[in-house]
Design a protein around this ligand. Structure first.
Ligand SMILES: [Zn+2]
Ligand SMILES: [Zn+2]
Length: 341
């Protein structure tokens, strides 16, 4: 099964953090972090629907201006997520410009901005171009088990980390792929029809075996009957969806380690910061960042299939291979056992 989600680091392993995740077959995308995005074409920026910002240190948020510049004048709603204080940071960015001519725009650009507290309580505000981007309160809520956004194709969840300020880690999980075997349907004498969509949804939503499915070539056809989900499983194959986790700017503390491992557990792909070399462990601790060895060890403990380190500090310019090797050694369990703890 071809994975639906295609992530790529906009600025490689050493540039500003930004991970662009394209949804295959659909012209839409999400972004983790909003560092410099001048490498992203306007076409790619226009596809964005959701932007998840770990925190508003300048290397993670300076790309907001380009996002705004490309989208002004387009009919678009974009959802932004970030830690406590995020709404105010977005407000200040927007209020840095003069919007006296907005009544001349035909289309509206809307930012729906949600900030997440360490308790997972959320607060949402809206900023519309036509209202000169003045903040409009939407409401408060709480994210259940850290899930920030969910739709039939995928869901995004968060973990709140400590970086001397709140910093969010994220994981995107694609829904399971459910395929119907038409020959098996025919063998059971079952028709094709919209009921198969209900069947797939029941599987994805983990309905119990006795959950009844209404079967018919059309919902109103006279041949409609009901069968329990368990009796229909033989016509399906279920492949788990892909999981991609994104973790950056976190101190190597016991609390952060367990939150990261929980968030990234069994991910197919983990993008994780490795800002400092293992030899500079003391510096990493002081700056509340991870070392290469800590990143590799976390990836191993979370049992991810592949690790992609990034956010290498500019002090290691030209030494990408060295840093990468340190991460991969720790990931393989070969280096610095117990180091960084
Ligand atoms: Zn930071
Ligand atoms: Zn950073």
């Amino acid at each position: 099964m071809r994975p639906l989600l295609h992530p790529s680091l906009v600025n490689g392993r050493s540039g500003d953090p930004a991970l662009y995740v394209e949804t295959l077959f659909e012209k839409r995308a999400i972004l983790f972090d909003l560092g410099d995005i001048s490498n992203l074409s306007p076409r790619k920026i226009q596809r964005l629907e959701h932007v998840f910002v770990s925190h508003t240190h300048i290397d993670h948020f300076i790309g907001f201006d380009r996002l705004l510049r490309v989208l002004v004048g387009r009919e678009k709603t974009i959802r932004l997520y970030g830690p406590t204080g995020f709404i105010d940071h977005v407000r200040h960015k927007l209020q840095g410009y003069c919007w006296n001519l907005v009544d001349r725009y035909v289309s509206d650009l809307v930012f729906v901005v949600t900030e997440i507290a360490s308790s997972l309580a959320t607060n949402t505000a809206r900023f519309c171009l036509k209202h000169a981007f003045s903040a409009e309160a939407v409401g408060s809520s709480s994210s259940i088990e850290g899930v920030l956004y969910s739709e039939p194709t995928y869901r995004v969840s968060t973990a709140v980390l400590e970086h001397r300020t709140l910093c969010l880690g994220f994981a995107i999980e694609e829904a399971a792929h459910v395929n119907v075997w038409k020959n098996r349907l025919a063998e059971l004498g079952l028709p094709l029809g919209p009921w198969l969509r209900e069947l797939k949804r029941a599987v994805i939503e983990n309905r119990p075996g006795n959950h009844l499915i209404r079967i018919g070539s059309r919902p109103t056809s006279p041949d409609v009957r009901e069968l329990p989900l368990d009796m229909l499983r033989s016509v399906l194959t279920v492949t788990p969806g892909q999981k991609v986790a994104y973790v950056t700017d976190a101190a190597d503390t016991p609390e952060n380690r367990s939150a990261i491992i929980r968030l990234a557990q069994n991910a197919d792909l983990l993008f994780i910061e490795a800002a400092f070399a293992q030899a500079d462990k003391a510096l990493a601790l002081e700056r509340a960042h991870l070392t290469t060895a800590a990143a590799g060890r976390l990836a191993r403990e979370a049992q991810v299939r592949r690790v992609e380190p990034f956010h290498f500090s500019p002090r290691y310019s030209g030494q990408e291979t060295r840093l990468l090797d340190e991460v991969m050694m720790a990931f393989a369990g070969q280096a610095h056992e117990g180091a960084g703890s």
